[in-house]
Design a protein around this ligand. Structure first.
Ligand SMILES: Cc1cc2nc3c(=O)[nH]c(=O)nc-3n(C[C@H](O)[C@H](O)[C@H](O)COP(=O)(O)OP(=O)(O)OC[C@H]3O[C@@H](n4cnc5c(N)ncnc54)[C@H](O)[C@@H]3O)c2cc1C
Ligand code: HEM
Length: 403
């Protein structure tokens, strides 16, 4: 497979992502009706989200074809796909529909070379994902962990801290996240960070902030009760401390980005030099101050800065204040920097840090879902020629997808 051919052909497909996603799912479900049931109930109403997910995954892979960390990511993805009840046979079906969608949206820009490269690339990805799934099976790892809610603390209307006891031990590194599902909402999984370093009693905390109209966060904040059982997918994510920790650390957390950062801080000992910037949309969202104070008492070399907007000012002012506070600190070239919070803030701060002096490879955060794209990129003039009618939507329920 040729990375250059993969990238250039993907660039064409990407410009027509909306069309490609509709075609892909329509083709997949028409030829494999059994696969339809694996996708969440709110589908196809939420086509934009499906587009973003599928293209985030493809972009992630295409951008990292030569990255030595890619196989590890794919193994974890395959291991974790067991929670969607994906069977090995489904991979060939998905591959055939993906390539059919790519060929259709690319028109004459698609050729035998592109088809060959994508066939080989998809085959290689499938092999690694299936290997990850097989290894997990072989190690006796469950597709998900059932975890009982043992305590629940509400902070205001929109935030809850849940403590869960997994029925089987969940091994993870501080800073990682798990995807969470409640059996009341089949097929709906969202990632949430584990907010503590591993404990002797194996319980884990989740900090969940309700998103307006958010399906899972609303259910978790408003309806979860002690004794409920949630499902947790396999832990993942790269926001883990690089060991040995021989450099000073800067940890920047906004909102519930505090959750993974808290877990990282719990892992440190009194010798570590660290500075924490904790950003919240207003002082009432600084919901875990007592935990910060306990950490400060245990870690004498931890400096803490709380950042909120001035009273009555919009929450965006917190970002400005954060940038000012970061600009007033020194030593950026020496620090490892860990970032967690809303994707747009992480992106903005991630771009500002190299200007302050932190090398890009010393800045760590989770893979960011696409934000603010709001749609596909505009078509180039040549691509207008490829513009084809929308594919017929194959939808057994008879409901039309949203425009
Ligand atoms: C690696 C990772 C770790 C995460 N850790 C946490 C965590 O510890 N605590 C936590 O509360 N959340 C965390 N999230 C966010 C979480 O996974 C969900 O995206 C969030 O709870 C919304 O899910 P939902 O089902 O309620 O909303 P959805 O039904 O998915 O979305 C409803 C609407 O809200 C918009 N939306 C989705 N997410 C957000 C958002 N974050 N801010 C604003 N609008 C949004 C969507 O575009 C959509 O229009 C994390 C996300 C990632 C990628
Ligand atoms: C090359 C192969 C594949 C890749 C790279 C891939 C990648 C992804 C990614 C990145 C997600 C987003 C959530 C997550 O990280 O778990 C996802 C979700 C999902 N995948 Fe895959 N996947 C592949 C194959 C498959 C196959 C073969 C199936 C089975 C039909 C499948 C079914 C699903 C389902 C049901 C979801 C959840 C969708 C949702 O929540 O809306 N995937 N996939």
């Amino acid at each position: 497979m040729d990375p250059e051919i993969l990238r250039s052909s993907f660039a064409v497909v990407e410009r027509r992502a909306e069309f490609a996603v509709k075609y892909f799912y329509s083709h997949l479900f028409r030829h494999n009706p059994d696969v339809r049931g694996l996708f969440p109930l709110d589908f196809p109403e939420d086509m934009e989200r499906q587009r973003d997910r599928l293209f985030a995954a493809l972009t992630h892979v295409v951008e990292r074809l030569e990255d030595p960390e890619l196989p590890g990511y794919l193994r974890d993805l395959g291991r974790d796909h067991r929670k969607y009840l994906v069977e090995p046979d489904h991979y060939a079906a998905v591959g055939a529909s993906l390539i059919a969608a790519f060929a259709t949206v690319s028109g004459s820009a698609w050729n035998a070379e592109a088809e060959k490269s994508w066939g080989e690339a998809y085959g290689a990805i499938t092999n690694i994902m299936l290997q990850g799934a097989w290894e997990a099976e072989h190690d006796g790892e469950p597709p998900w962990w059932d975890a009982e809610v043992v305590s629940r603390a509400r902070h205001g209307d929109d935030l809850v801290v849940l403590t869960l006891r997994p029925q089987r031990r969940l091994s993870y590194s501080p800073g990682q996240y798990v995807s969470v599902n409640t059996p009341h909402l089949p097929g709906i999984w969202r990632p949430y960070s584990l907010a503590n370093a591993p404990r002797p009693d194996h319980t884990v905390d989740l900090h969940i902030s309700r998103v307006e109209n958010g399906v899972l966060s609303t259910a978790l904040v408003r309806r979860t009760r002690e004794g409920d059982v949630l499902r947790l997918g396999a832990p993942g994510g790269a926001l883990t401390l690089r060991t040995p920790v021989d450099r000073p650390l800067t940890l920047i957390a906004a909102g519930t980005g505090w959750a993974p950062v808290k877990a990282l801080l719990e892992q440190l000992d009194a010798t570590h030099e660290a500075r924490l910037f904790l950003v919240a949309r207003d002082t009432s969202y600084l919901y875990d101050r007592s935990a910060v104070e306990r950490l400060q008492a245990r870690l004498p070399r931890l400096a803490v800065t709380f950042i909120t907007p001035a009273p009555g000012r919009p929450k965006a002012q917190a970002t400005e204040r954060l940038l000012t506070a970061l600009g007033n600190r020194a030593g950026w070239a020496r620090h490892d920097v860990y970032l967690a919070g809303p994707p747009d803030l992480v992106e903005e701060i991630g771009e500002a840090l190299p200007v302050l002096g932190t090398p890009a490879e010393r800045i760590f955060h989770d893979v960011l879902p696409p934000t603010g794209q709001g749609g596909t990129r505009p078509l180039g003039s040549a691509e207008w020629l490829l513009n084809r009618p929308q594919p017929t939507w194959h939808n057994p329920s008879g409901r039309a997808p949203k425009a």
